[in-house]
Ligand binder design. Structure first.
Ligand SMILES: *Cc1c(COP(=O)(O)O)cnc(C)c1O
Length: 373
């Protein structure tokens, strides 16, 4: 493989020594769960997002579940989710016993289309989850206006958008609460599973603190039926090191995205991602669209370039949600996108000459004698 989709070991060249020292330091502390590293990371990440509270938890999926549980969402409730997202967004709604209701997306941005939300609202609807997909915030003002008009809670699934901005404000602070994942491939990733909830709501924060650890306040009697979903000291210590690099890494992603955008704009057969001027994406994923996606992906693979498809099938067309009554054609904009989207290599240590290899392979696919695209 000449150009991998992502190379998680690349950061070890810079950070390996610091990781080793940090792991030794945490081991020497002899306290591995909910200690000083977690508290420090929570403070630092809350400051980074511009919110009062960050609660470290076990994964992005758990962060979503605990936001729902802390907000009283459960069986009989409906939660509006984008049609185009990782299946985790939908599954977290199901996990608390509620029903995810998919709403179609704006094909230019892949994000929740605010104008389609009202048709999906029923007397059971409790909340909307906006997902800044691929690192690009949705049209939050329009979505918040819909939520306010109908008395719904608004949350963010910000698992792909650490550091992205909407009208100058960072994700994590754009709704009542946000869920972050620190899965290793995310823009801010741990060396294993990890996640966080961010919020300005003191009560919600307190409930999540109880929920993540058996409903305990001080290892006392369980106040609520909690989970065990805590952020480890080791992961928190690693995340603190990486949080210091996040702005630089996001700007390196931006430079690679700009190279792709500039050069691929010359290729008519490729549709590029679009983003409005009031949004600063962090390019977790760089997804193009091509009518003959399978042929393009094959051609790139033959040229040593690894690509992925996010997401096909979409959550509503997986067998997990078949019983909920979804069928093909229910969310047509998202379905069209899902058949054409192809994610190109994107990570901070990807070189610009690697990007150029990708670009020239796409261009040779278009001009191939058999007219591949
Ligand atoms: C990765 C991801 C999640 C799940 O995060 P985990 O930490 O893997 O549980 C949820 N939503 C979206 C949009 C994601 O990309």
């Amino acid at each position: 493989m000449k150009v991998p989709f992502v190379d998680l070991k690349a950061e070890l060249r810079d950070l390996g020594d610091e990781f080793e020292k940090t792991i030794t330091r945490v081991c020497d502390n002899g306290l591995y769960i909910l200690g000083a590293e977690v508290a420090a990371f929570e403070r630092e990440f809350a400051d980074y997002c511009g919110v009062r509270h960050c609660i470290g938890v076990g994964s992005g999926f758990d962060a979503l579940q605990m936001i729902f549980r802390a907000s009283g969402i459960g069986p009989g409730d409906e939660v509006i989710v984008p049609a185009y997202t990782a299946v985790a967004t939908w599954l977290a709604v199901s996990a608390v016993g509620a029903t995810p209701v998919g709403v179609d997306v704006d094909p230019r941005t892949y994000n929740l289309d605010p104008s389609r939300i009202s048709a999906a609202i029923t007397p059971r609807t409790k909340a909307i989850v906006a997902v800044p997909l691929f690192g690009q915030p949705a049209n939050m003002d329009a979505i918040a206006a819909q939520a306010a008009r109908c008395g719904l809670l608004l949350f963010e699934d910000a698992a792909q958008a650490h550091g992205a901005r909407y009208r100058g404000r960072r994700t994590g602070g754009l709704a009542r609460a946000a869920a972050f994942s620190f899965y290793p491939t995310k823009n801010l990733g741990a060396l294993g599973d990890a996640g966080a909830v961010t919020t300005d709501d003191d009560e919600l924060a307190e409930r999540v603190v109880l929920l993540r650890s058996y409903g305990w306040r001080n290892r006392s009697a369980s106040e609520v039926k909690g989970f065990n979903s805590r952020l480890d000291e080791l992961q928190a210590a690693i995340l603190r090191i990486k949080l210091n690099r996040l702005e630089r890494w996001n700007s390196e992603r931006r430079a690679r995205a700009e190279r792709y955008l500039d050069e691929l704009a010359k290729i008519e057969e490729v549709t590029l991602p679009e983003f409005p001027g009031d949004v600063e994406p962090v390019w977790h994923v760089f997804a193009i669209r091509a009518e003959k996606r399978a042929a393009l992906q094959e051609h790139l693979a033959a040229n040593g370039i690894q690509t992925l498809v996010h997401y096909d099938p979409l959550p509503h067309l997986t067998s997990a949600f078949r019983d909920d009554g979804w069928a093909e054609g229910a969310l047509p904009q998202a379905e069209r996108l899902a058949q054409r989207a192809l994610s190109l290599p994107m990570f901070p240590q990807l070189t610009l000459s690697d990007c150029d290899e990708v670009i020239s392979a796409i261009s040779s696919s278009v001009t191939a004698a058999d007219g591949r695209l």
